[in-house]
Design a protein around this ligand. Structure first.
Ligand code: G6P
Length: 615
């Protein structure tokens, strides 16, 4: 996820763009840049770091004059965050400039073609490939900018929201969208471009939200021309009257970042397997795994190290790796692992999971494992983070920035990446037949739509939250793949509502927690079909006979649990190993609504930090 801003009109562009980028920093903040057209030339300034670093740099470095400009705040996907990889990017001639939010999946093959034609590249980005492709098309076919953008985009596979201008035609900006958001603010002889309307809300309330596969040519003094990228058909743009305030826009209309991030999970999971899960070809492509396949296949065991929610994702992965790829897995709290003189050998593969990529204990565990000769693989969300750099190889989740302190979309995208790795290894080891493998790919591909469906229980979950919000304790139970989900559900509730909650393997209940059960105790039980369903139903009966209040998380259409439980929340059916991606959703919503009803600071709970860089 990145943020883009552009302006063409009668005002100075720089103040609008820099302020707009600050408002879009929730979309990414590892580097930023601006290109301004000053009437003669393009002035470019970019830097690794936050928009405030860019502001300081730009105001010392270049003249900020100009009424045309584009800017970008980055959340890296291709190439580490550094000055060179920051946007905007220019074409080889220096005439064309681009900003891009998204991922060009086939950038490597396009790049090889362009290199053969004499193009050179300074950055590692997919975006620099795109702007040179546009230049190549424009020159070879002698096209206007808009047409060149259109022809180039028809060769591209991936997702994008782009804005491009040509210094030789400084009265127009061309924009296009597929998969990433793009809003156009329509003013009086001026236009604004942005990932959402927050950068231009004080200038105009008129906005056009481009649909997927649409592009627009924006010219001063002219009407906006919107057309389909694929077939050239003109589209009549719908100009909306914005009624939102600034805060609402930054949070996409949601009350809190946490809720927004819960709702982003279908697209975050999709972004995470985009370009990796190719179900038609029945393959999984993961460069970090492919390049180190020998190490994975020779491993005696996999040790997973992580903290907090990432540790819970590691526990889910333990079940998945052992079940699908038949590789022994141990999951360790990084803080315990690093201090307990663990037995590690060169035949171990260590997987470190971290949303932020900065957690001090996880980093120390990695260093220890490396010093003993183990191969260390990272699963991080923040590109170019310390852990991403310290590990021998890795695979990013593509969740985009997670702002809410309580982790939500990072958890489900971590599980997605780890499932992809397990499946890839299972295939390489021959522990799955090709038809089983294909079935898993197809089911995994359906998960974003099923998460969407699970989110529809939101209003119902809210009514349950209202009933139990004043409880002093909660118990969460699950078995097998869903035992870690019970732990994660309890953690979410603790973190943001400050209600005491415990997660337990359902069968362990009778060895202790059952003593706590009375009519005051809500027990959230994950009881999806398959797996140990009958056994969980027996556990529910045990709770019921002690008058516990039962909230069941069940497979759609379930009847047995419904008869016993006080409330049931349904999730769609899927393969057992993929159920954590769905059962997690109502638990996130339950803790969110309880915390809101108790007037807690959901996005910044007391005493907690998003990234724990101290021991
Ligand atoms: C903190 C955060 C948690 C997170 C944990 C591990 O405690 O509040 O949400 O799960 O750190 O962070 P990491 O960035 O390594 O996943």
């Amino acid at each position: 996820m990145c943020g883009i801003v552009g302006y063409i009109g009668h005002r100075e562009a720089y103040p609008i763009i820099i302020k707009g980028l600050q408002r879009l920093e929730y979309r990414g903040y590892d580097s930023a840049g601006i290109a301004l057209y000053d009437g003669t030339n393009i002035k470019l300034s970019k830097t690794k770091g936050k928009v405030s670093d860019l502001k300081e740099k730009i105001e010392n470095e270049i003249s900020t004059k100009g009424t045309l400009g584009i800017g970008h705040t980055r959340w890296a996907t291709h190439g580490v965050p550094n000055d060179v990889n920051s946007h905007p990017h220019t074409s080889n001639s220096g005439d064309l400039v681009i900003i891009h939010n998204g991922i060009i999946e086939n950038y490597d093959s396009l790049k090889q073609e362009l290199i053969k034609r004499g193009y050179t590249f300074q950055s590692d980005t997919d975006t620099e490939v795109l702007i040179n492709l546009i230049e190549d098309v424009k020159k070879n076919e002698n096209l206007k900018l808009g047409k060149a953008v259109q022809v180039a985009l028809n060769q591209v596979v991936g997702a994008y929201a782009i804005a491009v201008f040509d210094k030789n035609k400084p009265n127009e900006i061309v924009v296009a969208k597929l998969g990433s958001p793009l809003a156009i603010g329509v003013g009086d002889d001026e236009f604004f471009i942005a990932s959402d309307a927050s950068p231009f809300i004080e200038y105009t309330k008129n906005a056009i939200y481009l649909e997927d596969e649409e592009m627009a040519i924006i010219r001063r003094g002219k009407d906006i021309k919107v057309r389909k990228i694929q077939n050239d058909n003109l589209v009549d743009p719908y100009v909306q009257k914005l009624q939102l305030n600034l805060e609402q826009i930054e949070k996409g209309g949601y009350e809190h970042f946490m809720l927004k991030e819960i709702y982003e999970q279908p697209s975050a999971i999709l972004d995470t397997f985009r370009g990796r899960l190719l179900s038609n070809e029945a393959i999984i492509k993961m460069v970090g795994v492919e390049d180190n396949m020998k190490k994975f296949l020779a491993a005696d065991r996999i040790i997973i190290v992580a903290c907090g929610t990432s540790w819970h994702a590691g526990l889910v992965a333990e079940y998945i790796f052992e079940d699908l790829a038949r590789i022994p897995v141990e999951v360790e709290y990084a803080s315990e692992f690093r201090y307990r003189n663990p037995v590690i050998t060169e035949k171990d593969v260590v997987i470190a999971i971290s949303q932020s990529g900065e957690t001090a204990d996880t980093l120390a565990a990695i260093k220890l494992a490396k010093s003993k000769g183990a191969f260390v693989f990272g699963v991080c969300n923040v590109v170019g983070s310390t852990i991403a750099r310290e590990t021998n190889a890795g695979a990013y989740t593509h969740a985009g920035p997670e702002i809410g302190v309580a982790s939500t979309k990072a958890f489900t995208t971590q599980i997605t990446v780890l499932t992809l790795i397990a499946l890839r290894l299972a295939r390489a080891k021959g522990t799955m037949s090709s038809s089983e493998f294909r079935q898993h790919l197809i089911e995994l591909e359906m998960i974003p739509a099923k998460v969407e469906e699970a989110l529809k229980s939101d209003a119902y979950v809210k009514t349950i939250a209202d009933i139990y919000k004043d409880s002093k304790n909660f118990l969460y139970l699950g078995r097998g793949f869903n035992f870690p989900v019970a732990l994660e559900g309890a953690l979410k509730l603790k973190e943001i509502s400050y209600i005491h909650a415990e997660g337990y393997p359902a069968a362990e209940m009778k060895h202790g927690p059952i003593a706590l059960i009375d009519e005051q105790m809500p027990v959230v039980v994950i009881a999806t079909k398959k797996g140990h369903y009958e056994k969980v139903v027996s556990n529910i009966q045990e709770i019921k006979s002690r008058k516990g209040r039962i909230i069941g998380i069940v497979t759609k259409g379930d009847t047995s649990v419904k008869e016993l439980a006080d409330y049931v929340i349904e999730v769609p059916e899927t393969l057992e190993c993929l159920t954590p991606l769905l059962t997690t959703i109502p638990l996130q919503l339950l803790s969110y609504h309880i915390a809101v009803m108790l007037n807690k600071n959901v996005d910044q709970p007391r005493n907690l930090a998003k990234s724990v860089t101290v021991e």
